[in-house]
Write a protein that binds this ligand. Structure first.
Ligand code: RIB
Length: 311
């Protein structure tokens, strides 16, 4: 891929994964099988997905000055991600996610934010001032501080670089950032939640999930609603809805599927693809990613994406 750089702003975690027959309910203990350690964090995962898809990628975030942090940086470098803007912070641990994956590949995640909660707006601004001149797309996710998320979206808008904002999880500041016109990539429940947050509602209509039309009216940009095993829907600023069919998938672990989608979407947009093409390839990549346990284990290369997409 010869496109411009993808700049990802988001979290870096270490994932501790327990495979269990089913997810525990509140207050319940479920005894599972093996425990495994995987590289994680929505930002770092998306950065790796974009790099495997062929993009030059810089990640902006933070880890602690600990063993988890050192391993996380080494894994990013091994996947071709440039970590020069990942701060190594004293006195805070690297983020950790505790994940249970059930027999159907569904998951439950609790995150100890650690260094991700110390990513400052000043750090993001300085990193983006350095990285944006070469950037074709900025991808932001919301597991870091609201101030850092806001700084990333504002800086991308000021530089007129397309910005994909993955509101996972939905945090209040996202509502204030819609005026900068980010390309939103919520799932269906995040879409409805975000629309409610800004006091705008639009009912589900045909393939268009509840809230999506209201969000397009706020951003003036495409909203891409991911639907898991049902594919995705792209709603354009002109109101046209384009369903993207699901790709066949062998589901072992859905952790990181959304990150794969976002990373590949950003990579393809940075390379100049039309939105519909980029979303289709991102959807194919996400389907491939769920075939192995661990957020990044199943993330495909550009060649694997092209082959699965039929060319
Ligand atoms: O999206 C999956 C990711 O969410 C995991 O890797 C975990 O670290 C949490 O951040």
């Amino acid at each position: 891929m010869s496109g411009r750089t993808v700049v990802v702003v988001g979290a870096v975690n270490v994932d501790l994964v327990v495979a269990a027959p089913r997810l525990p309910g509140p207050g319940e203990t479920v005894v599972g099988g093996g425990v495994s350690r995987h590289a994680g964090g929505k930002g770092a995962n998306a950065a790796v997905a974009a790099a495997r898809a062929g993009a030059d990628v810089r990640l902006v975030g933070a880890v602690g000055a600990d063993e988890h942090g050192r391993t996380s940086l080494a894994e990013l470098v091994a996947d071709g991600v440039d970590p020069r803007h990942v701060a190594v912070l004293d006195d805070v641990p690297t983020g950790v996610a505790l994940i249970v994956v059930d027999a159907a590949g569904e998951n439950q995640i609790a995150v100890g934010a650690g260094a991700n909660a110390a990513v400052s707006a000043a750090h993001v601004r300085a990193a983006l001032d350095d990285a944006l001149p070469a950037a074709g797309c900025v991808l932001v996710s919301t597991e870091i501080t609201p101030a850092a998320v806001a700084a990333a979206v504002e800086r991308a808008a000021a530089a007129k670089v397309p910005c994909v904002l993955n509101p996972a999880p939905v945090i209040d500041v996202v509502g204030e950032l819609l005026r900068y016109g980010p390309i939103l990539t919520p799932n269906a429940s995040e879409c409805a939640h975000l629309a409610r947050l800004v006091g705008a509602r639009s009912p589900a209509q045909g393939p268009v999930p509840a809230g999506a039309r209201a969000l397009v009216e706020h951003t003036g940009a495409p909203v891409i609603v991911t639907l898991g095993g049902d594919g995705a829907v792209v709603l354009g600023p002109d109101g046209a809805a384009e369903p993207v069919p699901p790709s066949p998938a062998t589901v072992r672990d859905t952790t990181g599927a959304g990150d794969t989608f976002n990373g590949v979407l950003a990579a393809r947009l940075a390379d100049g693809d039309q939105m519909a093409v980029a979303v289709r390839l991102a959807s194919v990549a996400a389907a491939l990613s769920v075939g192995r346990v661990g957020a990044r284990a199943g993330m495909p290369t550009a060649e694997q994406i092209a082959e699965a997409a039929g060319g």
